[in-house]
Ligand binder design. Structure first.
Ligand SMILES: [Zn+2]
Ligand SMILES: [Zn+2]
Length: 260
């Protein structure tokens, strides 16, 4: 059964299309489950305004819009309401307090910043500093340990530009932690289609050799990225050359939300 748990909306300020267009695209491609997981709004202090996520006051509209669409499309597809969020320790508690008021189905972990959006660097920028990589891995592991997240989105988002040995020294810690916790690592279609540095062969070959488990996520910021992975031959090759057992690992491991 086709499912995608990684879908954004225009509220994050860098995606396009209406929710309805994402849903229609998913139905057309044969998906049975479509999970929205837009960038969560953080209750930042001192009026800090993020340019890559919805504002706190859009939360209500996000949830009610999806609840209405869930009802409307209930005979065609299951619509889930989630968020993608960083493990940003100092802002998590007020965030969860706020989210507890809404019927959220799941949360994805996506560590876009080290250590957080206000005090840190973007994980996707090239970085030669071993400490940046090490901190990224530590945050992912801590986040996974909380048990709050369904899976780790684009696990190799951190763009370490230094040597391979140092890269693997730390990424193997992340991979091993995911195996110990039976935590799924995402093969990110958005990054793949845009020819970004992730998903990368080195990370995924190492992860599959070590015995990690995977899930495919569209990470759609555009309805056209709601695609059946089997229709992308280059992605099929990526999966094959990295010895990932495609087909075994698409739907497993989605956890219910932490606060119910
Ligand atoms: Zn995004
Ligand atoms: Zn992301």
């Amino acid at each position: 059964m086709l499912a995608n748990y990684h879908t954004h909306t225009i509220r994050c300020k860098h995606a396009k299309g209406t929710e309805r267009e994402y849903i229609e695209a998913a139905i057309k491609k044969g998906f049975k489950i479509l999970g929205f997981s837009d960038h969560v709004p953080f209750p930042y202090p001192n009026g800090f305004v993020s340019t890559i996520r919805m504002d706190m006051n859009e939360l209500e509209n996000y949830v009610t819009t999806l609840l209405d669409l869930r009802k409307e499309y209930k005979n065609d597809i299951d619509i889930l309401i989630g968020f993608e969020t960083e493990y940003q320790k100092r802002y998590l508690e007020p965030l969860y307090r706020e989210l507890a008021n809404y019927p959220i189905d799941y949360m994805l972990l996506g560590q876009h910043f080290v250590e957080d959006e206000i005090h840190g660097i973007y994980s996707g920028d090239p970085c030669y500093d071993e400490k940046g990589l090490s901190d990224y891995v530590n945050l992912c592991i801590e986040g996974m340990k909380t048990g709050l997240f369904a899976y780790l989105a684009h696990p190799d988002l951190f763009h370490f530009a230094g040597d391979e040995t140092t890269y693997l020294k730390h990424m193997k810690r992340l991979i091993q932690a995911s195996i110990d916790m039976d935590f799924l690592l995402e093969i990110n279609i958005h990054g793949f289609l845009e020819r970004r540095h992730y998903p990368g062969n080195l990370f995924f070959k190492t992860a599959s050799d070590m015995g990690a488990r995977f899930i495919i996520g569209c990470d759609a910021h555009d309805p056209s990225v709601i695609v059946n992975p089997e229709d992308i031959s280059l992605l099929y090759n990526f999966i094959k050359i990295n010895d990932i057992k495609y087909g075994n690992n698409i739907l497993q491991g989605l956890k219910k939300p932490f606060y119910k």
